[in-house]
Design a binder for this molecule. Structure first.
Ligand SMILES: *Cc1c(COP(=O)(O)O)cnc(C)c1O
Length: 468
């Protein structure tokens, strides 16, 4: 009989063979997660952790949700995989229909792929080909406009529109050029610009670039409301709507990358809903299967779709596809995920958790080294700074955010930083009690990582959760 390897053996093999994503392997310490239930999981030594990062921003209803588990098992009894190249499957069809029912009005077609980055690649290629096949062809439209510090995934097209120096600079020789406007950052505003003028200031900048280059721009791509990997940069209200209107005015397609903010993260199903925006193309991934299986979708309008229709010999076909795009097991998980939103009234039940998170952040913001404790729906970011008044950051090499997360991990709370920014992104299904635990663990982590105490020491006691 085969014996299961011990945790020690596995850790040795992990070091020997497994090259982990976004990980400095020379410093990697194996961290083996063996099972999970709801919003907690256990490592190979049986230690329990709260999942404070939604297993990297994708888990929604918790782990091992009975309904999602059952949906995948039922699909397994029918068929595990069907290609989307010239063939279809009932589960994928039902998912496409459901996505269009809940998407911003005007989006009508779903192109499936398998990851956020591929959903973005699809949107980039579709928009280019669209202009070439437009009733009045515009083949000169080949440029993309993106925001400073944007993150749209790690494949070369998505890296080309990305703007996070640390991740993207190395690959410069391989990238296509992108036009860029600065990110409208409500914390670090341009000199002389106040919160009331911020939105107009950035829209004016955007209009300046559009009016000069629109003839050559195929599309603008934006992470609506919150730029995730940049460190949760939060845009001022009105920017999304304004950018949508300006792109329309200048005949530039608008791509909303909702990979991180979609599926309830901002308190509504999609971030675009907050400003009644319908993009021309919308990219979805991460939360789409509730954090179970890889699946992504690029939603398009009829206007775009129709430009690809014709007889085969006209070569208007979208010659793009991924082997596992629209995989039925993943589609089954996604359908169940969307049903749970209704059955469990997930978005309604999320609102008091959003309010509780705000109360925690208001307290944490008073710490002398917390420059900003910002929130959009159920996304929070706590930015540590060396100097609160000048907003001077800690040098990135000091890894202060990492130190906070290390401290929290020892208390059984799993969170991940983005540089000096501590990210709070729990599953939507988290309980109030678990949410409190995450924030109190962060609070103690901040004290350790900065060497400065919260002035009112009572607030760091877990018992005070009853004050809420
Ligand atoms: C994570 C992310 C992506 C990439 O998704 P993958 O599934 O990791 O390829 C793209 N855009 C945004 C906004 C993201 O947060």
């Amino acid at each position: 009989m085969e014996t299961f390897p011990t945790a020690e053996q596995l850790k040795t093999w992990d070091r020997a063979h497994y090259w982990h994503a976004f990980t400095q392997m020379a410093e990697y310490e194996p961290f083996l997660i063996e099972r999970a239930e709801g919003c907690v999981f256990w490592d190979s030594d049986g230690r329990e952790y709260i999942d404070g990062v939604s297993s990297l921003w994708c888990n929604i209803h918790g782990h091992r949700h009975p309904k999602i588990d059952a949906a995948i098992r039922a699909q397994l009894d029918k068929v595990a995989h069907v290609t989307s190249l010239g063939a279809s499957n009932s589960t994928g069809i039902r998912l496409a229909k459901r996505l269009i029912e809940i998407a911003p009005p005007g989006l009508s077609r779903v192109f499936f792929s398998d990851d956020g980055a591929t959903a973005v690649e699809v949107a980039i290629k579709m928009s280019l080909q669209y202009w070439r096949q437009h009733p009045h062809p515009r083949p000169e439209k080949t440029l993309y406009l993106a925001l400073g510090e944007a993150y749209h995934g790690d494949t070369l097209g998505s890296v080309s529109v990305g703007g996070v120096e640390k991740f993207h600079a190395t690959f410069q020789p391989l990238l296509f050029p992108a036009l860029r406007v600065p990110a409208p950052d409500a914390y670090r505003m341009p000199p002389g610009i106040g919160p009331e003028e911020l939105c107009q200031f950035h829209l004016a900048q955007l209009e300046c670039v559009l009016s000069e280059h629109h003839q050559k721009i195929a599309a603008m791509i934006v992470e609506p409301l919150v730029q995730g990997a940049a460190g949760m940069i939060m845009h001022p209200p009105g920017y999304l709507r304004g950018a949508r209107e300006l792109t329309k005015k200048y005949d530039v397609l608008f791509i909303a990358d909702e990979v991180a903010v979609g599926f309830g993260r901002t308190g509504k199903m999609f971030a675009c809903e907050h400003e009644a925006v319908t993009p021309d193309l919308m990219c979805l991934a991460k939360g789409i299967t509730g954090g179970y299986l890889p699946l992504a979708a690029t939603l398009a309008t009829d206007e775009i779709y129709n430009a690809f229709l014709g007889s085969y010999v006209e070569s208007k076909t979208f010659f793009h596809g991924h082997t596992y795009g629209g995989n039925p097991l993943a589609a089954a998980a996604a359908l169940a995920t969307l049903e749970i939103f209704e059955e469990e009234r997930t978005l309604e039940k999320l609102q008091p958790k959003i309010a509780r998170l705000a109360e925690h952040l208001a307290r944490i913001a008073r710490h002398p080294h917390v420059g900003d404790a910002r929130q959009r729906g159920f996304i929070a970011a706590i930015e540590l700074v060396r100097d609160k008044a000048s907003k001077e950051p800690y040098p990135w090499t000091e890894r202060r955010g990492h130190a906070v997360c290390e401290s929290a991990l020892r208390e059984g709370v799993w969170i991940r930083p983005l540089g000096n920014v501590v990210v709070v992104m729990p599953p939507l299904a988290i309980t109030m009690e678990q949410l409190d635990k995450i924030l109190f663990a962060i609070e103690r982590g901040i004290e350790k990582a900065t060497g400065a105490a919260f002035s009112d020491s009572r607030t760091s006691s877990p018992q005070c959760s009853c004050e809420f």
